[in-house]
Design a binder for this molecule. Structure first.
Ligand code: NAI
Length: 285
């Protein structure tokens, strides 16, 4: 029996790259899959229903169960349709993988408002809208599972966790997804809905022209999908609020670190700027 037998999984941006690999693996593990993809270009322009259709057909041909959905994750209407597609086809929704994404790189001073808005809208707003529509459905449907009621896997990035030249829009969106993941993980704990994030590195259409991937065949989407499967399945138990990173054979985690810092004796007054300068190393170490 597959790890996701009987589960209904929605995977956004699953017409190619990482989302497609997640969808194929989830279907092989028994999930009924909603393959969502707007089918646009890497920068988010255009659309084509064939992207989602092709992957859904691939799953069905291999003996799995899948339907295609070509809505944009970046609108509340699209998010509602996406969840409705799962309910119409399979009667419920148990797993959401927020994976859809676009890139519009430019150095900070040359970044314009449209580049900023489009990337924030697809990644950050899309993750918020799809998650909210999904959780409303999960809370409305019959609660059949003994463990988690439903599971959400978001997609952040090393760019969001560490910053990256030319990606102020994308890094801000991905760092926002980190904050959203943490907050959702806290708020949805009482509903038994774990929320975790992936931080993948893989050669896809999004990254294939980066010098680091030249001649590299060992960082595929298929290296990443088992981590998505783990976070989407009962194997991750009640783990929530984590960021699991995958780059080829390397599996690790991102964490925000709070330093010990120093206390100043309150009777000596508040910290002065000069004292902060003097004690800098001890404060940030
Ligand atoms: P990709 O470009 O192959 O896949 C992204 C998919 O999202 C595309 O098929 C695209 O049509 C779809 N999409 C874009 N806007 C959409 C919208 N509004 N609604 C629905 N679908 C939409 O790229 P890749 O690499 O597979 O990216 C998947 C996710 O992984 C993204 O969130 C990306 O930011 C993230 N990621 C990827 C890394 C990598 O090394 N490939 C690194 C870090 C994060």
């Amino acid at each position: 029996m597959g790890i996701l037998e009987g589960k209904v999984a929605i995977i956004t941006g699953a017409g190619g790259g990482l989302g497609r690999a997640h969808a194929l693996l989830f279907a092989r593990e028994g999930a009924q899959v909603v393959v969502n993809d707007l089918g646009g270009a890497r920068d988010g322009t255009g659309s084509a229903a064939s992207a989602a259709e092709t992957v859904a057909q691939e799953i069905v041909k291999a003996g799995g169960r899948a339907v295609a959905n070509a809505d944009s994750v970046a609108t509340s209407e699209g998010a509602a349709n996406l969840v409705q597609a799962a309910v119409s086809a399979f009667g419920r929704a148990d797993i959401l993988v927020n994976n859809a994404g676009i890139l519009r790189d430019k150095s900070f001073l040359k970044m314009d408002e449209a580049m900023w808005d489009s990337v924030i809208n697809v990644h950050l707003k899309g993750t918020f809208l799809c998650s909210q529509a999904f959780v409303k459905q999960a809370l409305a449907q019959e609660d059949t599972a003994a463990g988690a009621r439903a599971r959400i896997v978001n997609t952040t990035s090393v760019s969001g966790m560490m910053g990256n030249f030319g990606q102020s829009n994308y890094a801000a969106a991905k760092a926002g997804i980190y904050g959203l993941t943490r907050t959702m993980s806290i708020e949805l704990q009482k509903h038994r809905i774990p929320v975790n994030a992936l931080a993948p590195i893989a050669k896809t259409r999004m990254t294939e022209d980066l010098p680091m991937f030249t001649g590299v065949s060992t960082m595929t989407p298929e290296h990443v999908s088992p981590a998505a499967l783990f976070l989407a399945s009962h194997l991750s138990g009640d783990k929530t609020g984590h960021v699991l990173a995958v780059a080829g054979a390397r599996m690790y985690a991102f964490k925000v670190v709070e330093t010990q810092g120093r206390f100043k004796d309150e009777s000596q007054g508040v910290w002065t700027a000069e004292e902060i300068a003097e004690h800098w190393d001890a404060l940030v170490k």
